[in-house]
Design a protein around this ligand. Structure first.
Ligand code: SF4
Length: 373
């Protein structure tokens, strides 16, 4: 589950980098999407946390490289511990572990979870692992770990916090950056968070009144979940396409033209890639590359599993798939003269229907159609 900002809650610590560039990103309606890369990152976090805790041998090079960079204290640390910092009371609290982004913080609190955290010898430590390609600010300027460090320090009555970033992009060598925040540095973070909270409230007020919030457009917009509702982007797209005062029908026609353009560009990119792979930089290429897929023959799997484990297991290991086209292929050899094929197909379909093997499901989708069809 992904936490969403509500009118009442402040954004999570991981969103602060963006929020401090453009507070409107925490005020406009957001669209949350799940990406495969994000799921991969979650798996990698869980694996490295387990390997660091148990000392088991890493099963792949990337995990090994990350674990090698981890500081020694991570082996004894807690993982996925969530903390909240209250901007009005200037206090911090521990919320629990493995909360999966559901923090239930008060309206005055910024909350977030640390991949690794530990409190020992009067010092609190937090470490965040980044596994994506996006550039990550160094620990001393990183709002996510600074906020977590502040919340943890206030919760533990500690005067300072050690905050670390371990960045392990898919390509390249992981780097670890550590910063120690003393009492003054923590106060500076607290100040920044108070400012962020009041700017967010101001922009939310503007949106509530139907006014346009203050927008700061830039490279950071790529990561903004509110981009689809942002007037800066909607306006820019309409202006670029000449659709400012377009009717729905004109927008639809423009969409068809755009799709044709995209198809054309795609065709040319694929032609180029087929002739020679395209160098995208950073060790990435777009071009022909071999992958191996293993395909099981259903009938053989069925026989083998039935011999070894019986009928029930064989049915679980395989699946039945049917279609009208497959029925036609199956009965075609039994059709002797013209017209037989349709009759044979209808006979099979009628028998299947009689045994409850044909279900009709209505689906509704948006598409172009002619009246009466
Ligand atoms: S898309 Fe950019 S300008 Fe618009 S709200 Fe998000 S960060 Fe701000």
């Amino acid at each position: 589950m992904r936490a969403q900002h509500t009118e009442a809650s402040l954004p999570t610590a991981s969103a602060l980098e963006l929020v401090l560039k453009c507070a409107a990103s925490a005020a406009l309606p957001a669209v949350y999407t799940a990406y495969e890369a994000a799921d991969e990152g979650t798996d990698l976090h869980a694996t490295t946390q387990r390997v660091a805790r148990t000392g088991e041998a890493p099963s792949d090079e990337r995990t090994a490289a990350i674990v090698e960079k981890l500081p020694a204290w991570a082996a004894e640390a807690g993982t996925e511990a969530a903390f909240a910092y209250d901007v009005r009371a200037d206090t911090g609290r521990y919320l629990g572990a493995n909360l999966h982004h559901v923090y239930n913080q008060t309206p005055q609190e910024f909350a977030g979870a640390a991949d690794w955290s530990r409190h020992s010898d009067g010092l609190v430590r937090v470490l965040d692992l980044k596994t994506g390609r996006t550039e990550t600010p160094r620990a001393r300027r990183n709002w996510q770990v600074r906020t977590l460090g502040l919340a943890f320090a206030r919760a533990a009555n500690a005067d300072g916090a050690e905050v670390s970033i371990l960045h392990a992009p898919p390509e390249g060598t992981p780097w670890l950056d550590v910063a120690v925040l003393d009492a003054f540095a923590l106060e500076e973070v607290a100040d920044g968070l108070r400012t962020a909270a009041s700017r967010i409230r101001a922009e939310r007020d503007a949106v509530r009144k139907g006014e346009t919030p203050r927008l700061t457009v830039g490279e950071h917009c790529r990561h903004c979940k509110a981009r689809f509702s942002c007037p800066a982007w909607a306006g820019a797209t309409d202006r670029a396409l000449g659709l400012k005062d377009a009717t729905p029908a004109q927008r639809y026609e423009a969409l068809k033209q755009l799709e044709a353009v995209v198809r054309d560009v795609k065709r040319r990119v694929y032609e180029d890639a087929r002739a020679e792979r395209i160098d995208l930089g950073g060790g990435r290429y777009f071009g022909v590359h071999a992958t191996t897929e293993r395909e099981l023959a259903g009938a053989v799997v069925y026989d083998v599993v039935r011999e070894l484990h019986g009928e029930e297991a064989a049915r679980i290991a395989t699946s039945f798939d049917a279609s009208f086209a497959a029925i036609e292929r199956a009965v075609r050899p039994y059709a002797v003269k013209r017209g037989d094929l349709s009759a044979l197909k209808e006979r099979v379909t009628a028998a299947v229907t009689a045994r409850g093997g044909l279900k009709t499901r209505e689906t509704r989708e948006i598409g172009e159609y002619e009246e009466g069809t």
